[in-house]
Design a protein around this ligand. Structure first.
Ligand code: LLP
Length: 387
């Protein structure tokens, strides 16, 4: 079902480039994710880092999701967007004292702590502010996410989490920190994970570490298994919604837990990737010695993923319904970098100056990673209910 069909005629009048956000598709995606999680009693915190656009956050908050933050500004933004503090978590390897104090003052649900030194700092700042901090310990489980190495986080060589060799010490430090309450354990092994077996392997590790802590007399109330569910960037059939049922089912089946133990997730990409497209205009076409180039008015400054991770995004010419002659284009942007390329040898109907091009599945890690490099203009948006 193509629920994300873009009507060219309605978009023509807007100045390009811009992100087109299909709020109906977002609504549908969120409803499906929430229903699948609710039916299993799972809690989902939305990872703001994927997209913190105000309208997006309002919708996500209204559906009852919590917020997973990685900076003081994200914590503040969640509060301002109406997320209850009791549903806000704060993760990240490098939380500053100022950010920790901000989160303490808002009495957020939990800090996902990534080192022993961080435990001690939060304990000290909580004492200074006369509050208690709830913490989850992020464990690096050494599970290979089989994804791009830049977005793999759960291997021994990654900077994230407390390494296994330090856990004994972390457990004893926690017993001595009187301003901290240990809620549970936190894991996140990577992003854009499309092999469901990775999540099964994660469950095995979570079970092992949960038992390890319980054998040492520690009560684990929350098992936070992070995010990472991948999406289909090839859009065979028009922006397919991720299979939340299959995803949550793995954890339901393989995670050992008592009815009192809560299971938490931190999904970002799978909730917001498909509802966004970057819409751009062809500025010039050019036939080089070896290549045909399609030069767009959007570049790596608007969507950095292809330049940074060689990520694939489906590129479509809008409004080309009847079959015309196809050409292989290198689709590039205006930025002065050779990596400013959205796709090489992309088969597209013959295109000319002024045609509109859509770069799909750009709702996650698109707008948020935009930059002003080359003193580009600030990114613009068009929402589906405006056209
Ligand atoms: N929790 C933690 C601790 C994370 O580090 C992340 C993402 C998430 C949750 C959300 O993961 P998701 O469900 O979105 O996969 N810029 C990259 C992705 C970086 C992901 C960083 N961490 C990209 O464009 O692919």
């Amino acid at each position: 079902m193509n629920i994300h069909k873009i009507d060219l005629n309605r978009l023509k009048e807007f100045e390009t480039p811009f992100y087109y956000y299909d709020l109906d598709l977002l609504d549908e995606t969120l409803s499906r994710a929430k229903a699948s999680a609710d039916k299993r009693g799972f809690h989902v915190h939305y990872a703001l880092k994927a997209n913190f656009n105000a309208r997006v956050l309002n919708l996500i908050q209204s559906k009852g999701f919590g917020a997973d933050c990685v900076s003081g500004n994200e914590v503040q933004k969640s509060i301002d967007s109406g997320f209850p503090a009791s549903q806000i978590t704060f993760a990240g390897v490098g939380k500053s004292d100022k950010e920790i104090e901000l989160a303490l003052n808002h009495q957020i649900f939990a800090f996902n702590v990534e080192s022993i030194q961080e435990l001690l700092v939060i304990n000290e700042l909580a004492g200074k502010n006369n509050v208690k901090a709830q913490v989850s310990l992020r464990i690096n489980p050494n599970v290979d996410a089989h994804t791009h190495h830049y977005i793999t986080t759960g291997l021994d060589e990654n900077k994230f989490g407390v390494p296994n060799s330090e856990l004994e010490k972390a457990a004893s430090v926690l017993r001595e920190c009187e301003n901290l309450e240990l809620l549970g354990l936190h894991f996140h092994v990577g992003s854009q994970i499309t092999d469901i077996n990775v999540f099964k392997s994660l469950c095995v590790k979570v079970n092992e570490w949960k038992s390890w802590f319980e054998e040492r007399g520690t009560t684990i109330k929350v098992l936070n298994v992070g995010g990472g569910l991948g999406v289909d960037y090839h859009n065979p059939d028009g922006n397919p919604i991720a299979d939340f049922e299959a995803y949550f089912e793995v954890f339901d089946k393989f995670l050992e837990r008592t009815p009192q133990q809560e299971v938490h997730f931190e999904l970002g990409r799978a909730l917001v990737a498909q509802f966004g497209s970057l819409i751009s205009k062809v500025l010039y076409t050019k036939s080089g010695v070896k290549k045909n180039f399609l030069i767009l008015d959007a570049g790596m400054t608007e969507l950095m993923r292809p330049a940074l991770y060689q990520a694939y995004h489906k590129i479509e010419k809008l409004g080309s319904t009847e079959i015309k002659e196809e050409v292989n284009y290198d689709v590039v942007g205006p930025i002065c970098e050779s990596s400013d390329c959205f796709g090489k040898e992309v088969e597209l109907p013959i295109s000319e100056r002024g045609d509109l091009i859509a770069i799909r599945t750009a709702g996650a890690y698109g707008e948020v990673m935009a930059s002003r490099y080359n003193l580009r203009e600030e990114i613009r948006f068009v929402y589906s209910d405006e056209v």
